[in-house]
Design a protein around this ligand. Structure first.
Ligand SMILES: [Zn+2]
Length: 182
């Protein structure tokens, strides 16, 4: 009984996930699909505008910033991977996320420093370090030096709209579930 109930739940989660993936608001490609795109940097602005949601386009392609506490992930405590919402590259993981109190998802480091690019942003009369996805050029957010002193001291302040969260439990084994059904 318990296993059946669990399987039903797992199947429901799988169903919800597949419908999210098939929706027009889904990111352009998963990590494996992203590899098929020869060079995401060659995708034109018009193509991005068509493929992304207005919020994703505004943040990632127009260097916008979502309002604090408005995004999907600032208060997300689930375990999993945070991928680029534009190209599917795995950029951050839940283990490096911390509660910064700022209202934006905050990480003390990227998965691999080669996956993000840091450059000077002098907009609004202040100098900040902008963080972009190395793979597709999407604007992700900014990095500051007021992160947890016990680890890196860095605070990667990232927009939820730039990210696509994949929970660790998002790959239920359909075969195991079927095997448990009587
Ligand atoms: Zn990207």
């Amino acid at each position: 009984m318990y296993m059946q109930g669990l399987c039903k739940r797992v199947e429901l989660i799988a169903l919800v996930f597949s419908s999210i993936l098939l929706s027009p608001f889904a990111p352009i490609a998963s990590a494996s699909e992203a590899q098929k795109v020869a060079d995401p940097k060659k995708i034109t602005d018009a193509q991005w505008r068509k493929k992304l949601t207005p919020a994703q386009y505004e943040v990632t392609r127009q260097k916008g910033t979502e309002r604090a506490f408005s995004g999907k992930y600032w208060d997300n405590h689930e375990k999993g991977d945070y991928k680029c919402s534009n190209c599917g590259a795995r950029l951050f993981v839940s283990g490096d996320k911390f509660d910064s109190g700022t209202g934006w998802p905050s990480f003390d480091r990227p998965v691999d420093s080669r996956d993000v690019q840091i450059s000077k942003d002098r907009s609004f009369g202040v100098e900040r370090d902008e963080v972009t996805c190395s793979h597709c050029g999407a604007h992700l957010g900014h990095v500051f030096d007021d992160g947890p002193a016990a680890t890196t001291g860095k605070r990667y302040c990232i927009n939820s709209a730039s990210l696509d969260f994949k929970p660790l439990s998002s790959s239920p084994s359909q075969i195991d579930c079927k095997a448990n059904k009587k």
